[in-house]
Structure formats: structure tokens, C-alpha cells
Design a protein. Structure first.
Length: 259
């Protein structure tokens, strides 16, 4: 705001009176001066130009502020969808696995991640902690990601199933079908650039095939328009370290897709 003109007397000078009337929003009518070249006319033209410029600037600022608010509103909406979906999963009783679980394992990671890693189902450690890929398999997965310059916090990790099958058995077909809509919603919210499916159950469930991981890996697949790479599960690599070399090539393919 333009500072008020100084007032050294009791009676307000004309310019100070005009200033306060303008601040209060009171419109002041004045008789047009036919002499447009007079100092008064020039001053009024200058004031009018300043007011017009000020109004335009205010309008511009309002437009900019409205535009900057749009992404924030969208982010809030997506965040609420994530929270709603997680709450729905936590209370799910669609299959018998809910009766034996300690807790659901929804997924974890960056909601803006380019990479979505999908495993099979929670194990004992995951069921206890409520987080996918913990324990020895989780540490190996972290090391695999670091090998291509990715932190665990940069990706999103989920499973085909949100509950642990008793004794870590393979998921049943009805359990996979009941849980798939949750994973599908996660994929739609995340919109990843690439999916990295680790393990037979994850690969076969997503690609609707009975081919082995050995046959599915080594090439680029398509899942609903998203590039998908198949590799061995870290737990399998712990049992068979000789296959780590093949997984390294799968990781290089993942990195190439990202780049």
C-alpha cells in the first residue's frame, strides 16, 4: 500500500483527504478539468493509471495463487484415497486368511514412485511387522536396488496378497482373486513407469500365465500399458545364489527402462 502523505496541521490537505477516502473505499467525484495539461490533470491521470495497474496486478496474483493451489488439492485427494484404501484392506475379511493373520501388509514406499515392486505374499516377518520385504529377503532387495542407484524410499513395494498364508504356503486362486482389486487400485493411484515383479506367484498372477520365472524373465512384458520386468524373488536368491547373475541383468533392464 502507498504510504499516507504527511499531515503537519489540524486541517487535512486535499491530497491527504483523498488518500484516506480512497483507503476507506469511498468514491470521490470531481469535476473534469478541461485543461488536461494542468498539473492536477496530470496527477489524476497518474493516479488512475496506478490504480488500474494495481487492480491488474491483484487479479494476476489471484490467478497465480489459484493455479498454485490446484496441485495441492489434487495431492490431498490422492493422499485421502491411499488412506481410505489402506483402511479398507486393514478391515478386509473377504477370504479365510483374515482369521490367521497378525495384521495386513498393505505396502510401503513413495506414492510418487516410478518403480513398483510386486512380490508374492507376506511371510512371518512381514506379518509381524506389517511391512513387505523385511528380514534377510528385504535386506537383499535393498542391496539389489542400491546396485542400480535406487533407495528403498524411492520405490513402492507391495504384494499380490495382503495377508500371510499359513505356513507360508502358496496363495490359493480364490485368495489372489479376492485381493487383486486392492493391488489394482494401488497401481492406478501410483501410475508407475515400470513394474518389477519378483517371484513365480507375482509374475504368473499379473501376466495370467503358467510359465516359469526362468522363461518369463529376460524380456519386457506389458501390464495394462505399463512395462513389466520379471525376476527371481530375493528369498529364492538366498537359497540359490548362483542365480544372482541373472537377477543382475534384470536389474539392468529395469534401469534401462527408467532411463
Amino acid at each position: 500500500m502507498t504510504p499516507a502523505p504527511e499531515n503537519n496541521g489540524c486541517q487535512l490537505p486535499e491530497d491527504l483527504r483523498r488518500y484516506y477516502l480512497d483507503v476507506m473505499g469511498i468514491q470521490l467525484w470531481t469535476q473534469l478539468d478541461p485543461d488536461t495539461s494542468s498539473p492536477r490533470a496530470s496527477a489524476e491521470r497518474d493516479n488512475s493509471a496506478k490504480l488500474t495497474a494495481g487492480s491488474a496486478a491483484d487479479t494476476g496474483h489471484a490467478a497465480i495463487n489459484a493455479a498454485s493451489l490446484a496441485p495441492a488439492v489434487a495431492d490431498t485427494s490422492v493422499s485421502m484415497q491411499w488412506q481410505s484404501l489402506q483402511a479398507e484392506v486393514a478391515s478386509c475379511t473377504k477370504c479365510e486368511l483374515h482369521s490367521s493373520r497378525t495384521q495386513t501388509v498393505f505396502g510401503i514406499g513413495n506414492h510418487n514412485a516410478d518403480v513398483l515392486i510386486i512380490g508374492e505374499a507376506p511371510g512371518q516377518d512381514e506379518d509381524a511387522q506389517g511391512e513387505p520385504f523385511v528380514g534377510r529377503a528385504g535386506k537383499l532387495l535393498d542391496a539389489m536396488l542400491l546396485a542400480i542407484g535406487l533407495q528403498r524410499e524411492e520405490v513402492y513395494i507391495a504384494n499380490i496378497l495382503k495377508c500371510r498364508p499359513p505356513g507360508n504356503r502358496d496363495p490359493h486362486a480364490d485368495e489372489v482373486s479376492q485381493c487383486h482389486p486392492y493391488l489394482q487400485q494401488q497401481i492406478e493411484l501410483l501410475q508407475p513407469k515400470v513394474i518389477f515383479a519378483v517371484g513365480r506367484i507375482a509374475a504368473q498372477s499379473l501376466l495370467q500365465t503358467d510359465e516359469t520365472v526362468g522363461k518369463l524373465r529376460g524380456r519386457l512384458h506389458d501390464f495394462q500399458g505399463i512395462p513389466m520386468i520379471v525376476s527371481y524373488h530375493p528369498a529364492y536368491l538366498l537359497r540359490k545364489p548362483t542365480e544372482k547373475r541373472k537377477s543382475w541383468h534384470d536389474l539392468l533392464r529395469l534401469k534401462a527402462v527408467l532411463n
